[in-house]
Design a protein around this ligand. Structure first.
Ligand code: SRM
Ligand code: SF4
Length: 576
């Protein structure tokens, strides 16, 4: 744990420690005349679910016009355990994006929602209004347990209900308990008139006053449906179901995607199995793991502060022994069950209670209206007309649940009327793709991502058709920097922004997400990505074994062989 005597602590640690449980001077700065917060409050604000940003597109224009400094805007993230919300709540978020944001609403890769472009003078109203519809931004970002993901399938099976219940229970248990959030956002900043909601003692029973060394991510999934990408999490609950009920969870620990290529000690990692726990012990076990990370995770260097580095430094045996100590009993070995399927829940499926669920593919999660396609309007009309339940997926898409059989046609009619492509008409490669936000709002982006991937997919569609591979299912994920927000390091094809308009191309992961991919080519210009992959598609078409996926094929062949083939292919101009 950090102490005053330790001069090596990361600056962010000192800010947290002296913040009086995340208060800092946020309330004072909220009502000052600036359009930004001071550095220490910017760090604290993340725990309240908001990031200070600026529109990077606008920087050049502003410079040309002789304007100095940045025009600050805020991203506001809503935490939705298991991606679950109501139509009314989604409608409220859509109103907010129009009234206080940049007119778009973003579904995230962790089943959350983001507003972009909120100015400081509207920040209080945005967060307050999110809370008014019983949603929260508290702990959506920051050094705490983040949004707890869960398979969003609205199935009536006991196992699916238990999994969703666990996700909500874990989210409640690990939510920050500081009353600072309620004081700042739920009380009128000027009159202080509003009644306090929630709150409690100024004590964080799990986190303490320094919170965690870094973000901590958890998810609940199934072996036959790993749609939440369990192996990428700090802690994954793999639900083992027998006779339709969950009998326990294989606990995976130490996954994480973020890396900094220039810092050799950083790396993406897939999680490892720690143990098996019965359902009633799942939260206690998670608490033990979180507390080990709280007490032993690195607090001197944020780049080494995720759980994966602690496990790497200690080795699994030492880590397991420490978790046993905190848990207060010996751990039981994991069951042999492992991931074997992945369902993106797109299109129509029956729930088991006579009702239906429709998974609508939302390209890169952006709900917006454009000149040719009115997705935002379509989502609004579906919500107002049928009031379906809503679940968001970890692939940035949306499920409309509890749809009556007789409403199905009408729902699709609404989509078609507003030129929204129903999932059935979306190509496999587009449906299984996702990109992080990147430009213009993400301050860390090196390249485009969300705005670049659709064009790459257009080209990939044509290329795959030429090779007769259009119906193959494989994941293509793009990020604008190596932080990995669209989980590009365990998918079939990962495209990671590396330098201006240049990407690293990774291959060899797979939809199941239990294996890291490897670098096939580095520093590939954006307009050469598809040409770089093309020889691999030809190779795959000709040499794959029966039922082999693209990722499995690349993994089997290995980097050197793929490169040698590609060289031969290019030299010979191999016939497509
Ligand atoms: Fe992320 C930082 C967006 C999921 C790893 N992420 C950021 C920030 C906040 C940039 C910043 O720090 O200034 C991005 C805001 C961009 C914007 O303008 O909105 C950002 N991350 C996102 C989202 C919105 C991407 C998306 O397109 O959906 C996802 C929000 C999820 C949510 O609702 O909570 C998002 N981020 C992820 C994931 C995927 C996941 O968790 O399943 C990862 C990889 C998994 C992991 O954590 O290892 C991820 N984000 C990072 C990292 C690298 C962390 C690391 O350990 O190295 C950063 C940088 C950091 O934390 O310093 C980061
Ligand atoms: Fe930003 Fe990088 Fe995350 Fe993309 S991967 S949203 S560019 S931090």
């Amino acid at each position: 744990m950090p102490t005053d005597e330790n001069p090596q602590l990361d600056g962010g640690e000192l800010v947290k420690e002296s913040s009086d449980y995340l208060r800092g001077t946020i309330a004072d700065e909220l009502s000052d005349e600036n359009d930004f917060f001071s550095k220490s409050n910017v760090g604290l604000l993340k725990h309240h679910g908001t990031y200070q940003q600026d529109d990077r597109d606008a920087r050049a224009t502003n410079r040309q016009q002789g304007k100095k400094g940045k025009e600050f805007i805020f991203m506001v993230r809503t935490k939705l355990p298991g991606g679950r919300l109501t139509s009314q709540q989604l409608l409220a978020e859509l109103d907010l994006c129009d009234e206080l944001g940049d007119t778009t609403l973003r579904i995230t890769s962790r089943q959350g929602l983001q507003l972009h472009g909120v100015v400081k003078s509207d920040l209080h109203a945005a967060i307050e209004r999110i809370n008014e519809v019983q949603l929260t931004t508290l702990g959506a970002c920051g050094d705490v347990c983040r949004n707890v993901m869960c398979c969003p399938a609205p199935l009536t099976s006991a196992a699916h209900k238990q999994a969703q219940d666990l996700a909500h229970a874990v989210a409640d248990y690990f939510a920050p308990k500081t009353p600072a959030y309620h004081e700042i956002w739920l009380r009128d900043p000027v009159t202080g008139e509003k009644e306090l909601v929630g709150g409690g003692e100024s004590v964080e029973p799990i986190y303490g006053k320094c919170y965690l060394p870094r973000k901590f991510k958890m998810a609940v999934g199934f072996p036959d449906d790993n749609c939440v990408d369990l192996y990428t999490h700090d802690l994954g609950f793999m639900a083992i179901a027998e006779n339709d009920g969950v009998v326990g969870y294989n606990i995976l620990v130490g996954g994480g995607q973020g890396t900094t290529p220039s810092v050799e000690t950083t790396f993406p990692a897939v999680a490892e199995k720690l143990c098996f726990v019965e359902p009633e012990q799942a939260i206690a076990l998670a608490e033990a793991v979180v507390k080990v990370q709280r007490d032993y995770g690195c607090r001197t260097n944020r780049k080494q502060a995720r759980l994966k580095y602690l496990i790497h430094d200690w080795g699994m045996d030492q880590f397991r022994a420490k978790v046993e100590e905190y848990f207060g009993r010996a751990l039981t070995d994991s069951r042999p069950d492992d991931v074997r399927g992945f369902n993106d829940h797109m299109g129509w499926s029956e729930q088991g209670d006579g009702k239906w669920c429709y998974g609508l593919n939302v390209e890169n999660g952006r709900i917006a209206d454009g000149p040719s396609r009115q997705l935002k309007e379509a989502v609004r009309e579906v919500c107002r007309t049928y009031e379906p339940g809503i679940r968001l997926t970890s692939h940035q898409s949306i499920l409309f649940t509890d749809v009556e059989a007789e409403q199905r046609e009408g729902l699709v009619d609404i989509l078609r009327k507003l030129n929204v492509t129903p999932t059935e008409d979306v190509s496999a490669v587009r449906r299984w793709s996702m990109a992080c936000v990147a430009w213009p709002t993400c301050g860390l982006s090196i390249t485009e991502s969300e705005r670049a991937l659709p064009g790459v997919i257009d080209q990939l569609e044509l290329e795959l058709e030429q090779y007769g591979l259009s119906s193959e299912e494989f994941t293509v994920r793009m990020t604008g920097c190596p932080n990995g927000c669209a989980r590009p390091y365990n998918c079939d094809i990962g495209l990671v922004g590396r330098a201006k308009e240049k990407y690293t191309v990774f291959v060899g992961g797979r939809i199941l997400g239990d294996r890291l991919n490897f670098i096939y080519k580095d520093m590939v210009p954006a307009d050469e990505i598809v040409a770089t992959l093309s020889p691999l598609f030809a190779y795959y078409r000709d040499e794959r074994t029966a039922g082999e996926t693209f990722g499995d094929f690349c993994h089997r062949q290995g980097q050197a062989d793929l490169e040698a083939w590609a060289d031969k292919f290019s030299a010979a101009g191999v016939d497509e």
